[in-house]
Write a new protein. Structure first.
Length: 242
């Protein structure tokens, strides 16, 4: 069983809005992924009758791009299990690093701020999140089954985003396709690894300034199911709903 992209979107909505944008990007419908925005320049070659006309994407010198954006993003569907470090930087704020594990319909994150560690375990089948504090050996259980659907979360609304391919770039030795979307007035720029269809970097221009998200130490490996379980003996409390 592979990671369900919409499931990932719902889980990540609770963790960080920027991550949602990144993970849901591979869900863009093929029609919309290959559609050229009115603001995007088209480069065509003269063809003889009966010969197809193709659109070329901007590439770095010496690099040839033959895959469409849709074909590259679709590769993320082959990812069954992955772990990585998520580094988020906002203007005027210190960067934060979050360790992330993803497998099928489960997600775990670990964040340490000023020596305080917080772990989140998300189960999209059960529609639950456990916020675990190792130092206190306490976990808070939250139900998010009634959470309203965000237009960012909904894959049905991607036609409003009109992705525009703007070029190619290599980051950490990984050849990436670069494209932009605008979500509710916020411009978001993505660098997606061509080989895997996995995000490497995201920049969002918000009213508070630029927010940069980087994906480091990416490992595609089978993660033990035990990683997504709370330790034995943890005191579990229900999160108050009123």
């Amino acid at each position: 069983m592979k990671i369900d992209a919409k499931i990932l979107g719902g889980a990540i909505l609770v963790v960080a809005i920027v991550v949602i944008l990144v993970v849901l990007a591979p869900n863009l419908s093929k029609k919309q992924q290959e559609e050229v925005s009115p603001t995007q320049e088209e480069t065509t070659e003269e063809t003889t009758p009966g010969e197809e006309t193709t659109t070329e994407e901007e590439t770095t010198p010496g690099e040839e791009t033959t895959e469409t954006l849709g074909e590259i993003l679709s590769k993320a569907g082959d990812i069954a299990s992955v772990k990585y470090d998520l580094i988020m930087t906002s203007e005027g704020m210190p960067s934060t690093t979050q360790k992330v594990w993803l497998k099928k319909n489960k997600m775990k994150t670990e964040t340490t701020v000023e020596k305080n560690t917080q772990i989140s375990i998300i189960d999209m089948d059960a529609k639950t999140i456990y916020m675990y504090l190792p130092a206190q050996n306490i976990a808070t259980k939250m139900d998010f089954s009634d959470a309203p659907e965000s237009p960012i979360e909904s894959v049905e609304n991607v036609e409003n985003y009109n992705p525009v391919v703007i070029g190619s770039e290599t980051i950490d030795g990984k050849a990436c396709i670069v494209y932009e979307v605008t979500v509710e007035g916020t411009k978001v720029k993505y660098w997606v690894w061509k080989e895997r269809g996995f995000p490497i970097k995201v920049e969002a221009e918000t009213s508070e300034g630029k927010v940069t998200t980087e994906y480091k130490n990416i490992e595609f490996e089978d993660i033990p199911d035990s990683v997504f379980e709370l330790p034995k003996g943890v005191q579990i409390m229900d999160f108050p709903t009123e």
